[in-house]
Every structure is written in structure tokens, then in C-alpha cells.
Write a protein that binds this ligand. Structure first.
Ligand code: FEO
Length: 586
């Protein structure tokens, strides 16, 4: 485990000036007015859904000094000593005037309690929701100032801070802060990426792009409408010279390009053919993470998702969203506590706005005080809504297998909504182009992968050798396939090559429609590969592979992988071949 903490002093005073030609305060001299404190976490454990690319992450915190001093966010608790020591090296904590909280997840607010012990005079500045969340985990009195979009805070020396509420990017508490003097926008999770490197800035756009996109898809994609609303609220700020994000390199060289990508992706996302509203309860049990994982599974199918916090949502907004949705997913709320009244009012609004053409699914939050699913499900069933997926009942602390189940439930729901389109597409066989495309043939393969307790399999025919040295292959994987999340860069899997004389039982088995979380290998003979994935004993040959890169190809990922080892069981055997008639489906 390697934890470093780096501090970068004066980066805006020199670099933003060079980039934008902005005249800095002539009296500034060598005094550092904006300091970045970046905790470099090279090997963060993969326990969050968005940590797919395995490039570690950073936790970025900032100090702004005018006549008054403001600290923007803190760090993860695992960096307690390093962070607090480094901070004390640049400012005496007892002189910090403001602690600006952009978002209250522990990777940014994990040291708030410690910081307030060192700086009890500091006023905590945040959105109304952030201050409420903080009260729940700080458990001590603190001075606070609730701010909303358009509010300003003057630190002196020209550092006037403007605030922009950005609810649901990706939590309801999120707030952006803009320094008018330096044109730096402090964004916490927004415009971030899980990418750890020594580089302070985004010099290498090609290197960071996959992580930037993946992070958007996991955290922001399910909140695309909220992203567009926040981008609109950012417009009056004027020029943004630097994006001081909470994770990854700070955006300096590609600010406009990377902000534009959020706009482009969010516009595409909100134009999904159908919409699913996913209701969750922030800061209750595992509701946030479970709901996001379900949302991620839905988004994979091309449907739009709206994430709505039952604790903070406005009934009118709920009524409007439910009215135009094709499906609903409801997280079970607590039976007692401070927000029970608002939540039950919001549930009543959902029931009043729901209609029998919709599908509905439920999941437990595992918050120790969950309402039971069945009475609520009965109310929706009585209104005529069909079941989107079997209720997700959480019996133990959610693990990777449960998160995979949630993602698959979301994908099943998205596929259910897209079924009519898929059937229509399969029936349209009189198109010459489709018939010509159908003459492309391939072999028949089964991809098998296991990571921890999670395993999956997929029948594939779009497989090709792609390099001699090192030996490499490409596989086209549809974006809504369950196995896709086990084929991120760095992941290992097995390509099982099926034999012409015995492929049918295996193909029939793996073409079955499995319930979310079902064991796809039950009744199938397997051995364990060196890389931990299952090898199908009946396969003609197998290759152990590691994913090197992925190319986004519209509705598929092209996954390029290096082959590490392989064996053939019958050197005379021939590979099963897949002939098709049309190219518009498999
Ligand atoms: Fe980086 Fe949502 O915390």
C-alpha cells in the first residue's frame, strides 16, 4: 500500500495567468493564494462501482487565501496524518475562516470532524442538504452558513467566491464554488476521474479520456438531466480557467473540451428512448450505492434514468417525472427517523402518479430499519403495474455479488423496455444491407470470467485474432451484457473455443435467460484457470486473457486483450462456426 500526499503551491498564480493572460493581483508577489493538496491513492480498493479501470484515484482539497482563508473539502480518513500535517505546513488551522463542503461523501469529508477540532472557529459553508448530512456525522456543534446558487462569499484580495448548487451530481448535496479572481471552479466529484498520477494537470488527454468517460457513465450518466441543469447554472459564471476537481488531474489544458463532453454525453443520455425513475434515500443504509448500481445497469441498455432522493425531492417534480416514466424503481425507506413524513408523502405522490402501463421494481436499503417490500409492492400491483424484476432483498452487508445482481436487475429492466424495438428489428429481414452484413461469419466462443465471488459468462461470435506479438484478440461485447463489467482494462477472463462436434449443449445452456444474480455455471463442468476464471471442460481450446484496452463502438465495446496462456484439448478438432442470415442481430 503506497500513500503519498503532494502539495502544489501557487499553481493558479503562475499557470492560470500564463494560460489566460489574466492579470493577477500585483500585490500577490510570491504568496501562494491557491494551494492544491492532493492525496495520491495509487491502489484504492475496488469497493465503489465506478472504480473499474484500476488506476487508483486522488482526493483533492484546496486552500484559498485572501484576507480570509477558505479550505475547500478535506480528504479521505486513510490520509489523516499526512493530510493534516501537510495542511498545517501551509496554514495554521486555527486561522482558517471557512471550510467549504462541496459534497459529504467520506472521500472528501472524511476529516471534517478532525479539522473542526483543530479549527473550531471555522464556519462550515455548504448547501442546505450538505449541512444536514454533516450534522448527522459530526455530532458536535459547528458554525455554519447555508448557501445557494448565486450567493457570494468575499474572502478579500479579489477572491469573491460564487456558489452553484448542483444537486444529484452525484449526490443531492453537491455544490460548485467559483473564484472570480482566479477563474477557478472547484467541483469536487464533478468533472473528476479516478486516475492517479504525479501529473498535476490534464496534459495527457488520451491517457485520461477512458477514465473520465467511465467515471461519467457510472456517477453522472444516471443523473444526466441534473448535469444539464448544472451546466446551465454554470453559464453566468463566465470564463472557467481551471477546473479544480476532487479526483484525478486538475483540468487546465482541456477545460472546454472536457466540460463539453459532459454536455454531449448528457444530451445523448436524456434522449434515451424510455425513462426509468430510480428512487433512493440518501444517507440511509446502502440505498445510494445500490440505486446507482441499478441505474448503471439500466443506462447500459440505452434507456434514460432519473435518480430521485425521496428525502429531498419536491412532490411536484416527482409527479411530473413519474407521469412520463415507463418504469419505476423504489428503494425501501426507513420506518422511523427525521424524514419519515417527507418520504411517506413522496411515496403517496408516486402511487398517485403511477399508471398500469409501467413496470416497477423494489430493493431493500439494508439500513436496519427498512419498511418491508411486500405491502408497498402490493399497492403498486393493485394499480396494475407489472414487476420489473424480482424484489432485491438484502440480507447482509452488500458485497460485489449483490452489486452485480443489482446491475443485472437494472439491465433486465432496460431490456424489458426495449423488447418491442428488438423484436421489430429482428423481423426486418428485407433490407439488402442487413442481408449482406449477415454474410460475415465467425466462430463460436464462450467468455467466462470470475472476480471475487462474482462470475459470469457470455456466448460470443464476434471474436478475432488482432496481434501476433504479443498474442492478442479483440471481442465485440454489447454494452448491455452482464459480463461487460468484468471486462474492464486490467481484468482477466478465459476465452473458451467451442468445438464443431459438441458445441450445442453448451450454447443452449448459456443462451438461457438467467435471473439477475443466478449462477450461470450450475450443472456445467468447469476447471479453474490460472487467472481464476472458469474453463469449460467441454471446450475445444481455451485462452487466458487480460484486457488491455477498450474502444467505444456505438452499441458495442471492442475489447482488446493480450493472451497469456492457452491449451487445446483436441489438436485435430475444428472450431464451431456461426453462420447468420442477417446482420441486424446475432
Ligand atoms: Fe468522491 Fe461522491 O465522492
Amino acid at each position: 500500500m503506497q500513500h503519498n500526499l503532494k502539495k502544489f503551491i501557487n499553481y493558479h498564480a503562475r499557470n492560470a495567468a500564463e494560460t489566460h493572460g489574466t492579470a493577477l493581483d500585483a500585490n500577490c508577489g510570491d504568496r501562494a493564494e491557491t494551494i492544491a493538496l492532493r492525496s495520491l491513492d495509487w491502489d484504492r480498493d475496488r469497493f465503489d462501482i465506478e472504480f473499474g479501470l484500476q488506476n487508483g484515484t486522488t482526493y483533492n482539497s484546496y486552500l484559498i487565501s485572501g484576507d480570509k482563508t477558505a479550505l475547500v473539502d478535506t480528504s479521505h480518513a486513510k490520509f489523516r496524518q499526512l493530510y493534516l500535517e501537510t495542511l498545517a505546513g501551509v496554514v495554521a488551522p486555527e486561522t482558517i475562516d471557512y471550510l467549504i463542503i462541496s459534497h459529504t461523501e467520506p472521500d472528501h469529508s472524511g476529516l471534517v470532524k478532525e479539522l473542526l477540532a483543530l479549527a473550531p472557529q471555522a464556519t462550515v459553508v455548504g448547501s442546505k442538504v450538505a449541512i444536514q448530512f454533516l450534522e448527522d456525522f459530526v455530532h458536535q456543534p459547528f458554525q455554519r452558513r447555508v448557501v445557494k446558487s448565486g450567493d457570494r462569499l468575499d474572502l478579500g484580495q479579489g477572491h469573491v467566491l460564487q456558489f452553484v448548487n448542483a444537486p444529484n451530481l452525484h449526490w443531492p448535496d453537491t455544490m460548485l464554488t467559483y473564484d472570480e479572481k482566479t477563474q477557478i471552479l472547484f467541483t469536487c466529484d464533478v468533472f473528476g476521474m479516478h486516475y492517479c498520477s504525479d501529473d498535476l494537470y490534464d496534459e495527457d488527454l488520451a491517457a485520461i479520456s477512458p477514465d473520465y468517460h467511465f467515471y461519467y457513465e457510472c456517477l453522472m450518466g444516471p443523473n444526466a438531466r441534473s448535469v444539464l441543469a448544472a451546466l446551465k447554472r454554470m453559464e453566468p459564471l463566465g470564463e472557467i480557467g481551471l477546473v479544480a476537481n476532487g479526483h484525478g488531474p486538475i483540468l487546465r489544458y482541456n477545460v472546454h473540451e472536457l466540460i463539453a463532453r459532459y454536455r454531449h454525453w448528457s444530451q445523448a443520455q436524456t434522449q434515451g428512448e424510455k425513462t426509468v425513475v430510480v428512487f433512493y434515500i440518501s444517507e440511509y443504509g446502502y440505498s445510494d450505492r445500490l440505486s446507482q448500481t441499478i441505474g448503471k445497469g439500466i443506462v447500459k441498455t440505452g434507456m434514460a434514468v432519473e435518480m430521485v432522493d425521496l428525502k429531498a425531492a419536491d412532490p411536484q417534480e416527482i409527479h411530473e417525472l413519474v407521469g412520463r416514466a415507463q418504469a419505476l424503481v423504489v428503494g425501501m425507506p426507513p420506518m422511523s427517523g427525521a424524514h419519515v413524513k417527507e418520504i411517506s408523502q413522496n411515496l403517496a405522490t408516486i402511487l398517485a402518479a403511477a399508471n398500469p402501463k409501467q413496470a416497477v421494481g423494489f430493493y431493500e436499503s439494508y439500513g436496519e430499519d427498512d419498511e418491508p417490500i411486500d405491502p408497498l409492492a402490493t399497492k403498486f400491483n393493485n394499480l396494475g403495474l407489472k414487476s420489473a424484476f424480482p424484489p432485491i432483498r438484502v440480507k447482509a452487508t452488500p458485497d460485489e455479488a449483490l452489486y452485480k445482481l443489482c446491475e443485472e436487475a437494472g439491465t433486465d429492466l432496460g431490456q424489458l423496455l426495449g423488447r418491442d424495438r428488438a423484436i421489430k428489428q429482428m423481423k426486418s429481414v428485407d433490407n439488402d444491407l442487413d442481408k449482406a452484413m449477415g454474410r460475415i461469419s465467425g466462430g463460436l466462443y464462450l467468455i467466462t470470467a470470475q472476480k471475487g465471488d462474482v462470475k459470469s459468462a457470455m456466448l460470443a461470435s464476434w471474436v478475432s485474432q488482432a496481434s501476433f506479438e504479443p498474442p492478442g484478440i479483440t471481442i465485440a461485447v454489447a454494452k448491455d451484457r452482464a459480463i461487460e463489467s468484468l471486462m474492464q482494462v486490467g481484468d482477466r477472463f478465459v476465452l473458451n473455443i467451442l468445438g464443431a462436434d459438441n458445441y450445442q449443449p453448451l450454447m443452449k445452456h448459456f443462451l438461457k435467460r438467467f435471473k439477475p444474480g443466478a449462477d450461470r455455471f450450475a450443472g456445467v463442468k468447469t476447471q479453474t484457470a490460472q487467472n481464476g476464471s472458469p474453463i469449460l471442460t467441454e471446450a475445444l481450446a481455451y485462452l487466458e486473457c487480460q484486457v488491455t484496452s477498450r474502444l467505444d463502438c456505438s452499441d458495442h465495446w471492442i475489447v482488446y486483450s493480450q493472451v497469456e496462456t492457452g491449451r487445446v484439448s483436441d489438436s485435430e478438432g475444428l472450431t464451431a462456426v456461426h453462420h447468420r442470415l442477417v446482420g441486424n442481430h446475432y
